[in-house]
Design a binder for this molecule. Structure first.
Ligand code: SDX
Length: 394
């Protein structure tokens, strides 16, 4: 274990865990949910169907899907006393901070989640979490922009209900176009799980102490927030916008990225596992084109992204380091076309990743041999010191 830290969970698994949920082959650019290629799921499944597959391990039959969809519809509202929390944040509440705090607070309103007795308790907790994460996200957005919170409607499907809560007002019922509904379903499907990434590993770490599903998901939201992880979808748009606003030459920008002194990264590029194209980036790039064309939107940031990708893929610095576009490079173009505000981009990632976090929490919860994660360290501090009185200290 010299040179790197191994995570020994007591079963001889070092630096890793065993899971049945998602398979990635970084060299081949392969991603499969429960064995199904992401391309087939993205093309054919709604987010609800993909979430059911990720969480429960199989594509749902019609009655299973209907039952899950009904549970999501039934669990959409928040307890009225939770609605008061939003007033405390006012317009300064950062949506990811609100989401993490409110998801954790859900334990106060769900007596079973602390000690789920059986599969139905786990099912209900999963439906509660997946459903209410939308309501919390939309309510935090409404609070930030100073508009009245819009309640969920029991007659709307998952994505349509979220968009309703985000964009309807007391004076206008928002009606999404089929393109917007399809694009948001696909966005969420592509984010549903991704093996042992930073935030999912965090969820498993918290779950290993036998903490409840909501607390584990809340920790995952916090880990996702960082710009090297889920926060990258915001950083990509900020990078593209800067290049566009300042009229920067992408080639000149790339020189700054290659100059280590600047500390600048090409956000949305690179990946710890993919040393080839991230299959999600390929799908999102095509979906961005389709959506903008169908909606007759001309987003100059897409042109900047395409130019950056063209320059990077020909550049030795990037080729040698096997740096390709990742899931965050094109996803923001789609969120902009839908009308999602930039401060909600990482929240959208969290809503998409909720099935993966739930599935990983469930694996730990249901494993009778699971033990608390306890990473070991390589100690590099002083060997031993002796206490000295304050007046003798240097
Ligand atoms: C996500 O793990 C997952 O699965 C995450 C995720 C998921 O679905 O959960 O896929 C979602 O988090 C995607 C990543 C989003 N983050 C970004 O786009 C931020 C920009 N990317 C980098 O910060 C970086 O690529 C990481 C964080 C993604 C990976 O970090 P690593 O593993 O430390 O990078 P590396 O070892 O592959 O880097 C090798 C070299 C280094 O240079 P040298 O020291 O060899 O000279 O490549 C350089 C790095 O400096 N490098 C970059 C770069 N990414 C790596 N240089 C410029 N721009 C970049 N984006």
């Amino acid at each position: 274990t010299t040179g790197h830290i191994t995570l020994d969970d007591g079963y001889g698994n070092t630096g890793s865990c065993q899971s049945d949920v998602t398979f990635i082959d970084g060299e081949q650019g392969i991603l499969r949910y429960r064995g199904y290629p992401i391309e087939q799921i993205a093309e054919n499944s709604s987010f609800i169907e993909a979430a059911y597959l990720v969480i429960f391990g199989k594509l749902p039959k019609q009655d299973e899907r209907d039952n899950f969809a009904q549970a999501l519809a039934d669990n959409a509202p928040l307890h009225q006393s939770m609605m008061k929390h939003f007033d405390g944040y006012g317009s300064n509440g950062q949506p990811m901070a609100v989401l993490s705090a409110m998801v954790n607070s859900l334990t106060a309103y769900d007596p079973h989640v602390m000690h789920p007795a059986d599969e139905s308790d786990v099912f209900n907790a999963a439906a509660t979490l997946m459903s209410k994460v939308r309501t919390i996200a939309a309510a935090s957005h409404k609070t930030t922009i100073g508009e009245p919170i819009v309640y969920p409607r029991p007659d709307l499907k998952y994505v349509e209900n979220f968009l309703h809560m985000m964009f309807s007002t007391p004076y206008h019922d928002y009606e999404p176009t089929p393109e917007v509904v399809r694009a948001l379903n696909m966005f969420l499907v592509l984010h549903a799980d991704h093996e042992q990434n930073c935030s999912t590993s965090t969820v498993r770490m918290v779950a290993s102490s036998k903490a409840n599903m909501f607390a584990s998901a809340s920790a995952g939201i916090s880990a996702l927030w960082g710009p090297l992880h889920g926060g990258a979808n915001v950083a990509v748009i900020e990078m593209l916008q800067k290049i566009y606003d300042e009229g920067l030459d992408p080639a000149v920008f790339m020189d700054e990225v290659k100059d280590k002194e600047t500390g600048r990264k090409l956000m949305g590029f690179g990946h710890r596992v993919y040393k080839n194209f991230d299959p999600r980036a390929t799908i999102l790039k095509g979906a961005a084109f389709d959506m903008l064309e169908k909606m007759n939107i001309d987003d100059p940031l897409l042109d900047v992204a395409l130019k950056l990708e063209e320059v990077a893929l020909k550049d030795d610095y990037f080729v040698e380091r096997k740096l390709y576009p990742n899931v965050d490079f094109y996803s923001g173009i789609i969120l902009r076309a839908i009308g999602i505000p930039l401060d909600m981009f990482t929240v959208m990632f969290a809503i998409g990743r909720m099935p993966g976090w739930i599935a990983n929490w469930k694996e730990v919860h249901e494993d009778p041999k699971s033990r608390i994660y306890r990473p070991r360290q390589i100690y590099t501090g002083d060997v031993e010191n002796t206490w000295i009185p304050r007046n003798e200290r240097s």
